[in-house]
Design a protein around this ligand. Sequence first.
Ligand code: PLP
Length: 418
Amino acid sequence: MIYIYSKVSREKQFFGHTNPIALTEKFGSPLFVYSENILRSRCRDMKQLIDYPNFTVNYSPKANSNLELLKIVRSEGLKVDAMSPGEIYVNLLAGYNPEDIFFISNNISDDEFQYALHAGVKISVDSVAQLEKYGKLNPGGKVAFRLNPGVGAGHHDKVKTAGQKTKFGVEMGQVPLVKEIIEKYNLRLTGINQHIGSLFMSGETYLQSTYNILSVAKQFEDLEFIDLGGGFGIPYQKQSGQSRLDLTELGSKLTEVVTTWVEEYGKAIEFKIEPGRYIVAESCILLGTVNAVKTNYQLKYIGTDLGFNVLVRPTMYDSHHDVEIYRESGIPSTRDEAVRIVGNICETGDIIAKDRLMPEIFENDILGVLDSGAYGYSMSSNYNNRLRPAEVLIDPQGNPQLIRRRDTLEDLVRNYIL
Ligand SMILES: *Cc1c(COP(=O)(O)O)cnc(C)c1O
């Protein structure tokens, strides 16, 4: 095999003893391929962020909830969030203790509250109305609430999850109402959490929102934890040298803020963060196959099996993913050209990379979409009755292990009453 355009994966020795072409031959295409080494190293980065004895990292599994990956994250000593009863269920299957699961609920039903209470997980509510619902169901119980500190951050309006135009959290002005309901139902407010949005590459907004949550938190005496949220970004433009989020700088500022606050509060309560993307995004390369190349009215299209049912981020958020090329034949690419890399779904928006300058791509080339581990498989679907891909893990010895099989045609009709 000759590698045509694969600097990032080569430098990381991402594929261990195997290679992308052998992997697609063995496990089929498209294929999500994960590196256990990278996953573990990202867990360790986050665990070192704040230098404070009672600091914990909650992985946010909506980014990727593959059971095998959850087990690896757990083995690194991370706790876990849940956004739904389904995530609670899967986290428990991965071996997490209920008390290490933090359910950050949003607009849930009585039944969903009951499920979470029965499971014994920590619960956060997202509005005064939901706090009241919780109070009726579990008077005297422990509860946390999600604060909307009024500032947000993120790479797209759809993923800013705090600020004045989002559905999330209790606004600062309604904190007195929270106190009223806490008293009315004799609840214990044991935690406050926030999550301002996804994919920030500079820590300023995160730091600002930390000041905000801490100023609110000191009004409550019973706190056991404060959760500062996730959203830590990763460089999606590695091929053009994008630099990483400076975790050392952000970490040392957070350490200072947290330590000072704890001294004033007088109790060394737990501080949590809840990264999703940062933990898993870079641990995955999504492989696909070029099935057709054509030019339509002057635009060159690279037609692949990477539809937006497999990776929806470019279609949904206009996200950039770097793309690598792997080729078996000895034919080199002799020039760069602007191409549009598209999938096989029946929609015009089915585009993986728009008008990207790439070395010449040929039919049967294998493409690698970098940084596909977060919001990749977890947002994939059976749209167009397409099968969701298999997932493979490259273990620390460099060998591939199948960690989820590809959907079958029978899977598509499993829930019908025939
Ligand atoms: C999605 C989400 C996260 C994780 O966000 P990332 O950007 O993937 O780090 C954390 N907390 C909450 C409440 C979320 O909804």
